[in-house]
Design a protein around this ligand. Structure first.
Ligand code: SF4
Length: 698
């Protein structure tokens, strides 16, 4: 009976952006096991291996249980006094730009909002960013420019209601396995088109796979637009009524002839025609989906917009089974987009706009003069400022960039220059925590409460069902304590609980596209199976919490721009940085390894069950022809060498990567020693998908 639960409660999984509902089985108020929630509208009774193991990873022996100052355990009082003294000293001496925070899409959005508000309004920092810069920044920028607001239009029912699903730089089969389940339950016998240099698990299950040359996606998408126009496949009514500047775009893509596009992408003219015909023949419902293969590129924003352009020109938006749909990565990437107070002011507002600052000041009770009139520097710019000595302290929260940031060695060299590094995390063993002067031990998912927003804009509530180990505290409480020790707790007097902050944030969203003033607190989220934004008071009056009706954006064809019309945005492709060359003739692509792995494996690496699903050694996918040429056989130890570093891996000979390309999973901590740091100029998102390397026998 020790293991027999006596109650259940519900939570949202804290790994990926799918946002699956889980049922937690409790004994004496503590979760002892879990199963997928059969009633939750997202996952319909299923979960991927990570979700099933969500509790197991809380018990790891390397949990941070005490604050650590220079590696030695200290009491919270000592740690917080030290934190405030150091940070104040740096900000007072060197100005507001001398300290920054780098946070995450992994904590609850009430916590994110508290961190961003405390650091900027309370402590007086100017800069902070999130690891969402590595995953979602591109989609944010693309949507804002094209639609007038960062607004992914879709709902998961679109997976089931499409006639044609086009996945570009996305491998949902392993990266979003429950979304892939939704695709598999599509009963319309859909065409599934995958655009990816690699023959991924998703590509293997597709009806059409286009293995383009790495980072030729922008050219391909312009070529498809060209063919759609040539073949009369545009939806002229939609274009006339709901978009502007199509004529300009049509003129621009006139140059992207099939012959040219074929030569630049490696896709035959016949295949290009087939792709275009599949989208237009019989005017099917077409949905376009993208993830990191697009977002992490040197021209990522324009590539995302080239996808948006295809949806707009064919009128595939705002209707069932359609959309230009960016799938987010982390459980709360969307929470970060709306509430992290980094690039945008709380609720998707603009720091530079006085009316926005006044509105947020009124909603939060923070005096308007404390709200900065400029957005933060982006992640890479904060690092450059640290490299030049301008930034002297960084506070990392629930993220491990010493492993995950592009060109990792440079990142770690920059860290070595800082006067003060604080890491607030569940584990004291991460590569970043090992470099910290001060570690603040944090509770993890399940050990605290708050809300996540998933890829389809669904806000879900997750409760506390476990006690955090030792003296670890919920991030929320750490922020409250810091406000107190700093002496700015007056500003946050009403921010007493995640629910109280939820109410503050609701006020910030009033009359925004993401208006959630109609959500009646955490209670409504608990009862309803989550609520998709927007839900203003008017919509709430008609909202039935007992149904899980799916809602998509732009059903009325009205976008969030001033004239309510969407924009076609385009630019010619630019040269790929770090091209393959004599000494480094292969292109390294990095990405998700298996569905059992997550990011830098700070959590998934702790599960014995998940470990069984992961190769024991780092595997390099190498094309069989390249292997023959290099005299490398399957399973052989090889060196992968870039101008920045080298590592050894085991060769896995395959035809799933084309000749001239190799693939490594991002989860191994050595992989980002090889990657070349280039950034999209608009979103500042790093490109992990194109680095020149060579491979030799070890
Ligand atoms: Fe959790 Fe994502 Fe797996 Fe669902 S698919 S169980 S949200 S990790």
């Amino acid at each position: 009976s020790r293991l027999l639960p006596d109650a259940t409660t519900k939570a949202i999984c804290g790994f990926c952006s799918t946002g699956c509902g889980l049922k937690l089985h409790l004994k004496d108020g503590e979760a002892i096991n879990l199963t997928p929630d059969p009633d939750y509208p997202v996952n319909l009774g299923t979960a991927c291996p990570k979700g099933w193991e969500a509790l197991a990873v809380l018990d790891a022996p390397d949990r941070a249980t005490m604050p650590l100052l220079h590696g030695k355990p200290v009491e919270w009082d000592v740690a917080l006094k030290y934190f405030c003294e150091k940070m104040k000293g740096i900000l007072d001496t060197h100005g507001r730009e001398a300290a920054a925070f780098l946070s995450t899409g992994q904590i609850m959005f009430e916590e994110m909002a508290f961190l961003g508000s405390l650091a900027k309004f309370g402590m007086g920092m100017l800069h902070g960013d999130g690891n969402t810069r590595q995953c979602m920044a591109t989609a944010v920028t693309a949507y804002k420019e094209s639609f007038g607001f960062d607004a992914p239009p879709f709902t998961y029912a679109d997976f089931e209601e499409s006639d044609v699903l086009v996945f570009i730089g996305a491998n949902p089969c392993i990266a979003h396995p429950i979304m892939w389940q939704r695709v598999l339950s599509n009963e319309r016998n859909p065409e599934i088109i995958v655009v990816d240099p690699r023959k991924t698990e998703t590509a293997m299950a597709a009806t059409q796979h286009y293995a383009i040359k790495p980072k030729s996606d922008l050219t391909l998408l312009y070529g498809i637009a060209h063919l759609i126009i040539r073949e009369g496949g545009v939806n002229q009514n939609f274009i006339n009524e709901h978009t502007n500047n199509f004529e300009e775009f049509a003129k621009f893509v006139a140059d992207y002839t099939p012959d040219r596009v074929s030569a630049e992408t490696g896709i035959s003219v016949e295949q290009l025609n087939k792709f275009a015909q599949t989208i237009i023949k019989g005017t099917p419902r077409v949905s376009f989906w993208w993830t990191m293969g697009v977002n992490q590129g040197h021209q990522a924003t324009r590539t995302a917009q080239a996808i948006i352009n295809l949806a707009l020109m064919t009128g595939n938006i705002g209707k069932p089974g359609t959309g230009a749909n960016s799938i987010t990565g982390q459980c709360n990437a969307m929470g970060s987009r709306l509430f992290s107070n980094t690039t945008s002011l709380l609720g998707g507002h603009d720091f530079r706009n006085l009316a926005h600052r006044e509105k947020v000041a009124a909603a939060t009770g923070i005096p308007v003069h404390r709200i900065p009139d400029q957005p933060s520097l982006a992640y890479d710019q904060i690092l450059d400022a640290a490299d030049s000595g301008k930034v002297k302290a960084i506070w990392f929260v629930a993220t491990n960039p010493s492993h995950s940031w592009i060109d990792q060695s440079r990142f770690n060299r920059i860290l070595d220059k800082l006067d003060f590094i604080v890491v607030q995390d569940m584990y004291c063993s991460t590569e970043t925590a090992k470099r910290a002067h001060l570690v603040l031990p944090a509770a993890g998912w399940g050990e605290k409460e708050g809300c996540f927003i998933n890829s389809e804009r669904r806000i879900g509530y997750s409760p506390k069902v476990r006690r955090a180990p030792g003296q670890a505290l919920a991030d929320f409480h750490i922020f409250r304590l810091i406000a107190h020790y700093w002496g700015c707790d007056d500003l946050f007097r009403g921010w007493t609980s995640p629910e109280a902050v939820f109410r503050v944030l609701q006020r910030c969203t009033e009359n925004q596209p993401c208006d959630i003033t109609g959500i009646n607190g955490h209670e409504m989220l608990r009862k309803s199976g989550g609520v998709q934004w927007p839900l203003n008071r008017e919509q709430a009056a008609k909202f039935d919490v007992s149904t899980s009706k799916q809602r998509r954006l732009f059903a009325d064809g009205k976008f969030y721009t001033l004239d309510k019309k969407a924009k076609f945005i385009f630019d010619p492709p630019t040269e790929i940085p770090d091209q393959a060359r004599d000494e480094y003739p292969l292109v390294l692509i990095t990405g998700r390894g298996t569905s059992a792995q997550w990011h830098t494996e700070t959590r998934t690496g702790k599960s014995a069950v998940l470990a069984k699903m992961i190769p024991e050694e780092l595997m390099l996918d190498l094309n069989v022809n390249d292997a023959r040429h290099l005299k490398i056989s399957d399973g052989m130890s090889v060196r992968v060498i870039s101008p920045r570093a080298e590592l050894t891996a085991k060769a896995r000979l395959t035809t799933c990567v084309n000749p001239g390309e190799v693939f490594l999973p991002m989860h191994d901590n050595r992989v980002n020693q090889l990657t070349y740091a280039s950034f999209d100029p608009y979103s500042r998102q790093p490109s992990y998908k194109h680095s020149a390397v060579r491979v030799e026998k070890a």
